[in-house]
Design a protein around this ligand. Structure first.
Ligand code: AMP
Ligand code: GLY
Length: 422
């Protein structure tokens, strides 16, 4: 089969790397790809929101299935467009993608279908939101969220009312996220361990992958601003299987009742609180960097899972894994998630022996790699013990160099301190 993957990050590099191991693969294309992806797939520079051009590319290149990496084309309706052209595509349609594209939609869905989540209120007027903060019993710590897609920056975890008020004003008056900030959610602040639950969903059956844990803050010990994710490891066992089943059974009931055509990946970001697991958010695609820690452990043919999902046959499937742990560390440009420079030459990638390097933001020119984004590389190492996977990944990073490179030194350390297995 010929497969097209849409996207340009480490997640897409890992998906393509894994798809290349499939027994069904003839050729893999990527739109638009990056420096690393261009070494293993044929890349085409097409705007990922130009569905007409993408569908023409698919027809001209006899692509059998298109796999969508990022959320934006999904929420803009690429799946609906492909359906009108009778082209096979992996991902939920526009209506279902609101589970990620609108936090208000997602929270109301969770409430309606009894999926445990933080308590919340929705506001479409700035003064009403601020009045709510100042009404007894006044909220001293809460979370403010812009409704729409904001590249992972639309969530403000606040410690004081002043911080919360500033966040609301930023979103609703300064409109820093544009229309994504037309509505805000004021949410109860939860405490607990976070875990990513990523699952295949064919509309009738949900097949969860192993649990993984992301590291969202830019610096060690979870300090500094939130990022797209600085590293992940798998497997962890933070949520027990009974609770996972309950969350996903209620999710399935919800999508059926709302007539949502959900075929693809459902990702639940969970916090394990004293009162049990609560869903912080849904994403409708693979996590980045969780995918870079999960796929190196996956034994089952990824393309089989994709085909079973599209055909609605997941009920007959069981996912198999290799033994051991995978730790994936993200290397970023200095300054990320704030301002950073690009175009720095990257040295040493080909000297990495004990790990696989997935590219996030790189370009390849004149046989050299250059930085081309905030998150630049992911280094993923597998070993039978978590301790050794951590040692391997950090030994491998030692041979990679570029100006102002930054990475966390404590990825997966939480997994060593215990408490992550039930
Ligand atoms: P989200 O995009 O909703 O997952 O939020 C991004 C990050 O903000 C999460 O990974 C959490 O670390 C944090 N967060 C979101 N909602 C809450 C909440 N209700 N309580 C505490 N932290 C939260
Ligand atoms: N790792 C967080 C995300 O993919 O949204």
């Amino acid at each position: 089969m010929n497969i097209l993957v849409i996207g340009s990050g480490g997640r897409e590099h890992a998906i393509i790397w894994k798809l290349k191991q499939s027994k069904h693969i003839k050729k893999i294309f990527c739109i638009p790809g990056n420096g690393g992806i261009s070494q293993i797939a044929e890349c085409a520079k097409i705007d990922i929101l130009d569905f007409k051009k993408i569908s023409e590319f698919v027809i001209n290149n006899k692509v059998d299935i298109t796999v969508v990496g990022p959320e934006l084309p999904l929420s803009e309706g690429i799946v609906d467009y492909f359906k009108t052209k009778k082209l096979d595509i992996f991902g939920p349609d526009k209506k279902s993608s609101q589970l990620e594209a609108s936090k208000v939609f997602a929270k109301r869905f969770m409430k309606k279908y009894n999926i445990p989540t933080a308590s919340f209120e929705v506001f479409n007027k700035c003064e009403d939101a601020i009045k709510y903060l100042n009404t007894p019993p006044e909220v001293d710590s809460c979370v403010i969220k812009a409704d729409g897609l904001a590249a992972g920056k639309g969530v403000f975890v606040c410690n004081t009312r002043t911080e919360a008020e500033e966040a609301i004003k930023k979103i609703m008056l300064d409109k820093v996220f544009g229309d994504a900030g037309k509505e805000v959610i004021i949410e109860e602040k939860l405490r607990g361990l976070e875990v990513s639950l990523i699952a295949f969903c064919d509309g009738k059956t949900i097949l969860p992958l192993i649990q993984s844990q992301d590291h969202k803050r830019v610096n060690d010990l979870d300090k500094g601003p939130n990022t797209g994710g600085m590293g992940a490891y798998a497997p962890v066992k933070i949520v027990n299987s009974k609770d996972i089943k309950k969350i996903f059974d209620n999710f399935l009931n919800g999508i059926k009742s709302e007539s949502l055509n959900f075929k693809g990946i459902i990702y639940a970001g969970i916090m394990l609180t004293g009162a049990g697991p609560k869903v912080l958010e849904f994403n409708v695609r693979f996590g980045d960097p969780e995918t870079q820690a999960i796929l190196p452990l996956l034994k089952t043919d990824l393309l089989d899972l994709i085909i079973l999902t599209i055909d609605g046959n997941l009920d007959a499937c069981k996912i198999k894994y290799n033994e051991g742990y995978c730790v994936s560390v993200v290397i970023t440009s200095g300054g990320y998630p704030g301002k950073y420079e690009v175009g720095k030459e990257i040295y040493g990638i080909s000297n990495v022996e004990d790990a696989v390097v997935f590219h996030s933001g790189t370009k390849y020119e004149n046989k050299k790699y250059y930085t081309n984004g905030g998150r630049v590389l992911n280094v993923s190492a597998v070993d039978s013990s978590l301790e050794n996977a951590i040692i391997k990944v950090y030994e491998s990073i030692k041979v990679i160099k570029f100006e102002n490179m930054h990475f966390r030194k404590d990825i997966a350390k939480k997994g060593l301190s215990g408490g992550l297995t039930i």
